[in-house]
Write a protein that binds this ligand. Structure first.
Ligand SMILES: NC(=O)c1ccc[n+]([C@@H]2O[C@H](COP(=O)([O-])OP(=O)(O)OC[C@H]3O[C@@H](n4cnc5c(N)ncnc54)[C@H](OP(=O)(O)O)[C@@H]3O)[C@@H](O)[C@H]2O)c1
Length: 275
């Protein structure tokens, strides 16, 4: 399975669909990443706070795939934000991953009340110039947070990883972030299988197309111009979740997903704190 790529503002190419590794750890995480790589995923999404960078690194080594074919994303946790600590955090992540660079480094949450995200991003820009980070990105950043890091460094984040899914379509936020030249990558795109995959309109579209409801949801995100990082621990669901490029949703299918009742996000980036 060949997953298409999008060219980022760094000049590097990122797969449109990647494999999310939370909440797996240890050998289970390594085995799941190996299965995902065997299915055709090339982007692996981890984070310092997931406690599985070592397991992801083991899978990268055991896969035998050339490093250049892989796209590894990790994230700066809140407790490591700031000048000096950002460099140390990235170096520790690289050590756990067993890699000498990451393809994409994200600030996990802006934590505006802490007030260190612009300093963190400025230090990431240094690490980018040194070659330890191929592409700079952010996660859970609202447009005002992106504007602040651009004002500090002149570098537009290539990617903003945001919670986007049928019940949290966030059309205005997505349009604003994309309008500034940042690719949006949807986290929890399947809403952790808490109900939306049983939505009647989504199930009807899936039945007509001969795909799963999860594929309809992920394809809806891709057709809106987003990229996705679904997680599954099951090799069959992993494969289906990346098999999004051999079918297309009609306008009616898109409207059916657009019509899902909207819910507020529980983790509002303006106030959410995790370290
Ligand atoms: N930047 C951030 O702040 C942030 C926050 C949260 C997550 N993330 C990233 O985003 C990734 C994805 O988000 P997520 O893991 O929270 O949620 P998700 O991908 O929306 O959902 C994963 C859940 O859905 C189930 N599932 C997967 N495929 C399915 C299918 N085809 N049919 C039915 N159920 C299916 C999985 O169960 P099985 O394992 O049994 O298949 C798992 O319980 C994470 O792994 C992580 O890498 C980032």
């Amino acid at each position: 399975m060949q997953i298409p790529t999008v060219t980022l503002n760094s000049g590097h190419r990122m797969p449109v669909a990647g494999y999310g590794t939370w909440p797996l750890q240890g050998r289970a995480a390594t085995d799941a990443v190996l299965a995902a790589l065997a299915a055709g995923y090339r982007l692996v999404d981890t984070a310092a706070s997931y406690g599985n960078e070592d397991a992801v690194g083991a899978a990268v080594r055991e896969s035998g795939l050339p490093r250049a074919e892989l796209f590894v994303t990790t994230k700066l946790r809140g407790s490591d934000q700031g000048r000096g600590s950002t460099r140390a955090a990235l170096e520790a992540s690289l050590e756990r991953l067993g890699l000498d660079y990451v393809d994409l480094y994200l600030i996990h949450w802006p934590l505006p009340a802490v007030g260190r995200y612009t300093d963190s991003y400025a230090e990431m820009a240094d690490l980018h110039r040194e070659g330890l980070i191929r592409t700079l990105g952010v996660s859970n950043f609202l447009p005002e947070h992106i504007a602040a890091v651009v004002a500090e460094t002149g570098i537009v984040p290539a990617v903003d990883q945001l919670q986007v899914s049928p019940s949290h379509a966030r059309a205005g936020l997505v349009a604003a972030v994309r309008g500034g030249g940042t690719v949006v990558q949807a986290w929890s795109p399947l809403e952790r299988n808490t109900g939306v995959l049983g939505n009647a309109g989504i199930v009807a579209a899936a039945d007509r197309l001969g795909v799963t409801p999860a594929q309809v949801v992920l394809r809806w995100l891709v057709q809106r111009g987003l990229t996705v990082v679904p997680h599954s621990s099951d090799p069959g669901r992993q494969r289906a979740n990346a098999d999004l490029f051999g079918f297309e949703l009609t306008g009616e299918d898109m409207t059916a997903v657009d019509s899902v009742a909207q819910l507020p996000v529980k983790q509002d980036p303006a106030t959410w704190e995790e370290f």
